[in-house]
Write a protein that binds this ligand. Structure first.
Ligand SMILES: Cc1cc2nc3c(=O)[nH]c(=O)nc-3n(C[C@H](O)[C@H](O)[C@H](O)COP(=O)(O)O)c2cc1C
Length: 347
């Protein structure tokens, strides 16, 4: 199922409970891939052994909820939570499964916050030893009935917990979360096998563009025009033209249906779309194939190639420096994904 996340979504909150640490590890992995605040739910009564005596206490807590799900006193007490959900558009629940249901402690949080969540976009990751998660999904939908569920919940169990990084990465892709966050403020431009990220501005045109790119990437043919490469986008976007002086790396909409990508400056009336991240003037000229015609340019929301596209270089050269995923050195990296000391880092 495709996520119903609009282009202008705001901040993300990851809310989790973890008794034996698996969900905590999942949250650490998740938040290395997206920008999010984290809220941990804690039981008010510390040191309880939910699994003791054949899971007697865990079972007792769940049975109490099942008997009276609309009664606040059926839910085990949790520590007070001072995070207001009004600050967040997207919420990702990370919860253990207990006896094929949502862990009782997490159910308390969902029950108590039910009045704050109308209209939010919610995703869920469930950790179990081996049991399937449909009962946890039902609990979540019962407790938070008025939210937009972002695709199916992700199930991580004991046998694939070690692969959680790729499971989470693929799941986020199906939700159309961009790797840098949830605001869909990034797209990628690929020219001649090289890919660069673009930070999009937020306006009607970029929301329309992102919506189109969620269906499929767009490949267009652009031509050189002294200070830019430009051409038809193949579709019209809503204009918000204003007189501006563009700089190298800027990307604009011209006359509603043309895209211009600049390697030099120009003054004209355009609708701003975004800017290519982190390339110097000369790197931009090379990347954009300045001076050439019939340049095939692909716009996409995800990187078509991964970290493997790094050209080989001695580790001594790379150590401590930041590179784009295509291996272009960046002296002062801003927000985005970079390679540092051979590792992917998110700034
Ligand atoms: C009270 C309780 C009941 C559980 N019931 C089940 C179960 O029915 N099926 C299952 O596969 N795992 C069950 N588990 C295991 C947890 O779902 C699993 O270990 C999960 O990864 C725990 O997440 P955590 O480490 O973040 O607490 C249960 C664990 C507890 C404490």
């Amino acid at each position: 199922m495709k996520a119903e996340v609009p282009a202008d979504t705001g901040k993300t909150l990851v809310v989790y409970y973890s008794y034996t640490g698996n969900c905590r590890e999942i949250v650490t992995t998740l938040t290395s891939q997206i920008e999010a605040d984290v809220l941990e739910i804690q039981p008010a009564e510390k040191g309880l052994k939910y699994e003791a005596n054949g899971y007697a206490l865990g079972t007792q807590l769940l049975n109490a909820i099942k008997a009276n799900p609309n009664d606040a006193s059926s839910y085990p007490a949790i520590d007070p939570v001072d995070t207001s959900l009004s600050d967040y558009k997207n919420i990702i629940i990370v919860t253990p499964l207990w006896w094929s249901q949502m862990a009782a402690i997490m159910q308390t949080y969902l029950f108590q916050s039910g009045s704050q969540i109308a209209g939010k976009h919610v995703g869920m990751i469930v950790s179990s030893h081996s049991s399937g998660i449909s009962g946890v999904v039902s609990d979540a939908k019962r407790l938070w009935p008025n939210v937009t569920w972002m695709g199916d919940a992700l199930w991580i169990n004991a046998s694939n917990h070690g692969n959680r990084a790729s499971l989470i990465e693929n799941w986020l892709k199906t939700l159309n979360f961009s790797n840098e966050g949830t605001t869909m403020d990034k797209m990628y431009i690929t020219i001649g096998g090289q890919t660069q990220s673009v930070t999009l501005v937020d306006n009607v045109a970029t929301r329309e563009l992102v919506a189109a790119l969620q269906d499929a990437s767009i490949t267009i043919t652009l031509n050189d025009n002294k200070f830019e490469i430009w051409g038809s986008l193949g579709k019209s976007l809503t204009t918000k033209n204003e007189q501006m002086t563009v700089q190298p790396g800027d990307i604009v909409l011209y006359n509603g249906s043309n895209i211009c990508i600049f390697y030099d400056s120009n003054s004209w009336s355009y609708t701003r779309l975004g800017k290519i991240d982190g390339l110097s003037g000369s790197e931009l000229r090379t990347f954009l194939k300045a001076g050439q015609n019939n340049i095939s340019v692909t716009l996409s929301l995800t990187k078509p190639t991964g970290i493997r596209s790094l050209p080989p270089a001695p580790s001594s050269v790379r150590k401590g420096r930041s590179f784009t995923l295509n291996g272009v050195k960046v002296d002062n990296p801003s927000k985005g994904i970079y390679v540092k000391n051979g590792k992917k880092v998110f700034l």
